[in-house]
Ligand binder design. Structure first.
Ligand SMILES: Nc1nc2c(ncn2[C@@H]2O[C@H](COP(=O)(O)OP(=O)(O)OP(=O)(O)O)[C@@H](O)[C@H]2O)c(=O)[nH]1
Ligand SMILES: [Mg+2]
Length: 222
């Protein structure tokens, strides 16, 4: 079996009591208990306590939005390969080894596309918006991707530390289009996308507008 001692798996968590134990257990199983697991938490429920009991590093932060938390998490990761996912049971932790193998083969960013698997598990509005964001990003940045707002990716450490991340709601897209601008080697793979455990934390309308703004802004600035 492959080794995962050079892997950090990081998540932003806000009131994910219903999903945290399963998500962490799935990550531990997928990484042979070897990966560093770290969360940046803004919960008022028991999410951080459950995580700590399972041996996860917890950074507590007041809730300021998805991107602020994910940025803190990716920067706090100490290993050479950094994997992100949501803490809501939507993403397949069992696919982590596939992501890691592609980084080891030489890719800088491996991005999981939910578009094929999300017909039932994502709202029609979110799915339509995500397809449009990917088409727009592909056009503006000269890449070919189907999902730019996915939360499940693997990054070579150098990518994370060579860019000054600025976006909040748009961070998941920024984490793809800015490496693309710098000509990092990116590959997209299809992943399963499951129905969420617990309540959604992001507003699709204000979130969507924020993502659109981020994609257009960085296509215009040098
Ligand atoms: N620390 C922290 N985590 C957050 C905050 N907002 C969202 N999160 C976490 O970020 C991840 C993404 O949020 P989700 O609510 O799953 O957003 P989404 O994936 O667009 O929506 P769903 O389709 O409902 O899953 C989850 O693990 C949340 O718990 C925040 O303000 N602070
Ligand atoms: Mg989610």
């Amino acid at each position: 079996m492959d080794s995962f001692i050079d892997v950090s798996v990081v998540m932003a968590t806000r009131n994910e009591e219903k999903a945290i134990a399963k998500t962490i257990t799935d990550i531990l199983r997928a990484t042979n208990n070897e990966a560093e697991i770290l969360i940046v938490d803004g919960s008022t429920d028991n999410t951080p306590d459950i995580a700590e009991k399972l041996g996860v590093k917890v950074i507590r932060q007041k809730p300021q939005g998805y991107g602020i938390a994910v940025k803190a998490a990716i920067l706090a990761a100490t290993k050479n390969i950094i994997v992100t996912l949501d803490c809501d049971d939507t993403y397949p932790a069992e696919a982590i080894p596939e992501f890691i193998n592609l980084i080891r083969k030489g890719y800088d960013v491996v991005s999981g596309s939910r578009i094929e698997s999300s017909r039932k598990s994502m709202s029609k509005l979110n799915r339509f918006g995500n397809i449009m964001f990917a088409k727009l990003t592909s056009f503006l940045y000269g890449i070919s991707v189907t999902d730019v707002t996915t939360g499940m990716r693997a990054y070579r450490r150098e990518v994370i530390h060579s860019i000054d991340w600025t976006e909040n709601v748009g961070l998941s897209a920024e984490l793809l289009f800015r490496p693309a601008k710098k000509h990092y080697k990116i590959i997209e793979i299809p992943i399963e996308y499951r129905v969420r455990l617990g309540e959604t934390k992001l507003n699709p309308i204000s979130g969507g507008l924020g993502i659109l703004k981020s994609i257009v802004k960085y296509a215009i600035v040098k």
